[in-house]
Write a protein of this length. Structure first.
Length: 292
């Protein structure tokens, strides 16, 4: 009978991945107070159930898979709430201050807990391009987001303008040789150069295209029946936009160096935000040069 109760509780909680409040639990599953206490204590001890608090301050229960339960066995009681927060933060992670604000635990204690979890290999720490002194913690198996690392345009937290310039010139030469080129073709070409530590994505190549387009160095080719036939014969994507070198190159504004056009944090940039034009060293540098 006890196994039946255990299975019933796990099945019920598995249907509520965000947690089930204690009052709702009692409505959905009829158990005596003694049986409920015994089954939940057993599942809590095995890590198959965790406790949390609803926004209204009510006790709630959350289902844990066997795989996650194994991980939780390595955690102390102090580490569990921090681990859960980092798990929820995903590839954005959390700073120690953010963890403090969410848990109310003192900074000294948080740093001690984080150090212990890092030594166990459960979490890892990164420095963020949003602030070189800002450390961001996340689970060890998670890769940090572009908002944290800056992606391929940043090297050791510094914006790599030389890389951008080099890729722009490489793409110009490539387009000039071929006559026209699509984003996919430029991506495949850049990958063969071997100047990047990893494979560049098409979305990242679009940043290069945008710079060249804004600088009036290239222009999109209008989709014609002839070009679509040519694209099909060469194995191109039929609807992939192609670009060619602009016949008359008369740059009015030097947009090549505008950091906003390829900054990975442009979506987060706000006048009063953590990332803002008024505090951006790269934007200020560009403004100063444009005044000359």
């Amino acid at each position: 009978m006890e196994d039946d109760y255990t299975s019933a509780v796990l099945e019920l909680l598995s249907k509520h991945p965000d947690g089930l409040a204690d009052s709702e639990f009692d409505k959905l599953l009829e158990l005596s107070r003694e049986d409920k206490k015994e089954v939940l204590n057993e599942l809590l001890a095995k890590g198959r159930v965790t406790l949390l608090e609803t926004r209204g301050g009510e006790l709630a229960y959350r289902y844990q898979s066997k795989e996650r339960a194994e991980k939780y066995k390595e955690l102390t009681a102090n580490e569990i709430p921090i681990y859960q927060l980092l798990e929820e933060s995903g590839d954005h992670g959390l700073s120690s201050k953010e963890i403090k604000d969410k848990t109310g635990i003192t900074t000294v204690k948080i740093n001690k807990i984080l150090g212990s979890m890092e030594n166990k290999g459960l979490i890892k720490v990164f420095k963020s391009i949003q602030g070189k002194k800002k450390k961001v913690y996340m689970l060890s198996e998670i890769e940090p987001s572009v908002e944290i690392t800056g992606g391929i345009w940043y090297t050791e937290l510094e914006f790599n303008k030389k890389l951008i310039d080099a890729l722009c010139e490489k793409c110009m030469s490539f387009i000039d040789r071929k006559g026209t080129a699509t984003r996919k073709e430029m991506t495949l070409y850049i990958r063969t150069l071997g100047i990047l530590p990893g494979d560049i994505k098409e979305e990242e190549v679009q940043s290069i295209i945008n710079i060249l387009h804004f600088d009036n160095r290239i222009e999109p080719v209008k989709a014609t029946l002839e070009r679509m036939d040519e694209a099909a014969s060469k194995g191109r994507e039929a609807f992939g936009k192609a670009y060619r070198v602009r016949k008359v190159y008369e740059p009015e504004v030097a947009l090549l160096s505008v950091p906003c056009s390829y900054c990975p944090l442009v979506k987060e940039c706000q006048p009063d935000g953590v990332v803002a034009p008024s505090t951006c060293a790269y934007f200020k540098e560009w403004l100063d040069k444009s005044k000359v």
